[in-house]
Write a protein that binds this ligand. Structure first.
Ligand code: ZN
Length: 148
């Protein structure tokens, strides 16, 4: 099995059986994301322990890329603090948008499977939707005193 087949299998597996799928109750923060280009919709819930993501779940309806990306993201960020999540997102964004970026499987783990998306620029927003939604949830949690 070559690397491309392996990556395709990871995407298909996480689309068919999304990890951490379903509402998180109680949650410290949540955010909703929408990608109008494709019709993907996601909600991400977080439970925080200080600066660290103690638990994360998501729910939504969308294409295989958006669902698999969110599933892979929840596995990757659980237990990480905000700085580590931001650093990971920057690596993922480079992987998704630069066809010459090398998938650093050692640090990205299964998220490296999303590398093939860079060949389909129209799908990049499908793969990044969950990360934007996660960032929005983390920002909301920062001003928990807001009357919003
Ligand atoms: Zn999509």
């Amino acid at each position: 099995m070559n690397l491309q087949d392996l990556y395709r299998d990871v995407i298909l597996d996480h689309n068919r059986q999304p990890r951490n799928f379903g509402p998180l109750q109680p949650a410290d923060a949540h955010a909703e994301g929408h990608n109008p280009l494709c019709g993907d919709r996601l909600t991400v819930w977080l439970r925080l322990d200080g600066d660290r993501i103690a638990d994360i779940r998501f729910e939504g309806q969308g294409c295989a890329i958006s669902t698999a990306s969110a599933s892979l993201m929840t596995e990757a960020v659980k237990g990480k603090d905000k700085a580590a999540v931001q650093a990971l997102y920057e690596r993922i964004h480079a992987l998704l948008t630069d066809p010459h970026a090398q998938a650093d499987a050692a640090t990205l783990g299964k998220l490296a499977a999303l590398g093939g998306v860079s060949e389909f620029p129209a799908r990049v927003k499908c793969a990044t939707l969950c990360w934007h939604t996660l960032n929005a949830a983390l920002e909301h949690s920062a001003d928990a005193v807001s009357t919003e």
